[in-house]
Design a protein around this ligand. Sequence first.
Ligand code: FRU
Length: 475
Amino acid sequence: ERTTARWRPLLHFTPERNWINDPNGLVFFRGEYHLFFQHNPEGLDHANMSWGHAVSNDLTRWEELPVALEPDELGEIFSGGAVVDHDDTSGFFGGGAGLVAFYTSAGEEQHQSVAYSADRGRSWTKYEGNPVIPNPGIPDFRDPKVIRHDPSGAWVLMLAAGDRIMFYRSSNLRDWEHVSDFGSEHGAHGGVWECPELFELPVDSDPDTTRWVLVVSINPGGPAGGSAVQYFTGDFDGTAFTSDGPPQRVLWADEGSDFYAAQSWSDVPDRDGRRLWVAWMSNWNYAGDVPTTPWRGAMTLPRQLGLTGTGAGYRLTQRPVDELERRRTVRRRWHGTVEEGRNERITRGTALDIDVVFRLQSALSFGVEVLAGANCRTRVGYRPDREEMFLDRTAHGRAEVEPAFPAVHTMSLRPEGDVVRMRIVVDRSCVEAFGGSGEAVLSDLVFPDEDGEQVRLFAEEGEVRVESLCVHELD
Ligand code: FRU
């Protein structure tokens, strides 16, 4: 415990003890953001799956509450979503409003079940009619997510069924009718489809235009190996999703190794209109070998989503929620030229929010080293010849996770003229890097040595101009 405490993030959610994976039941209700999560309340491994629970009013400070849902005679409690039933369409709340959660009962077969809470998520009652969607003979049949579709006046539930997403409709959140399927011939299929999510987003440059974004987690088959999140842009009419892109097109939300099972918050107030999501910051390839104790698993920072038009179609953009800026304290600024072989030491710190603007010069690659010590460093950088941002954790530290863990992860990013912008959030063992306007994102776990706390700049085979570097400590 003593040796791994330095890897516990300050702002990324971690449970006090034991295992977590996917975020579940994300919903905003009466001033609180709820974060439920896949949790083993009894150990550091994936077992006894339950829904743990935490709440926050600013998305950066979390209060962990007692476990919300525990296994029962139908099985363990796997992933799912939650909504506010404002008008008591379910009849669970005697005319008032309450929270309704959807989850997979994972026993010998996987079925979909419902639970509800009339006391702001503090206590839950499982519906006596469970399961509400019994297994139709499909082995992988899980992760229900529900949205309200106002134009057609119905609730829509989607779930992952092996190689496709199945859509259902309901007027009362209890009786569900299967209405369409999407995906057996679309996107990446290197692994099983899990944890679907669907929302509508305005296009940045033209807020009157909106597209629907269907998000599908896949394990394995991700770009960094193991599990990852893909998405499709398109239309949704309340019944069926149609994709904008050709079937073979694959778009990834984050090409780092540690971003999985992303889910967005339901019922964030319209006045603020934000679409916010969070993901499990780990990878099924090695989640069970993450060397922390007495907890194992973390969430990414909550992120705000946007959609930008490019010549090649619409792309998701992400950035940390604005609330993170309120946690910034000391600021250190720097600008100048970085030459090969002269690593500029800027500052120290293990919880940092970094903004940097580079102007391309001769360097073949350049960037920022974080969590750097005598024998360790993590690099977030850019290769102009490949138009790629990268996150290099080959030398992150001595800790062993699995043989393939030390690796370089990349995502394509075009410079803006000859300028490359990056935002890098460092939080003990979590590094999240956002390139450009957030169209390239790389999120990786790292386990630095005791002295891994420096921030340095580097350039290889030439030099680069740093127009501005701003390093904020996070409190
Ligand atoms: C995704 C997942 C889900 C499942 C849950 C079990 O990481 O495999 O499909 O519901 O984890 O914990």
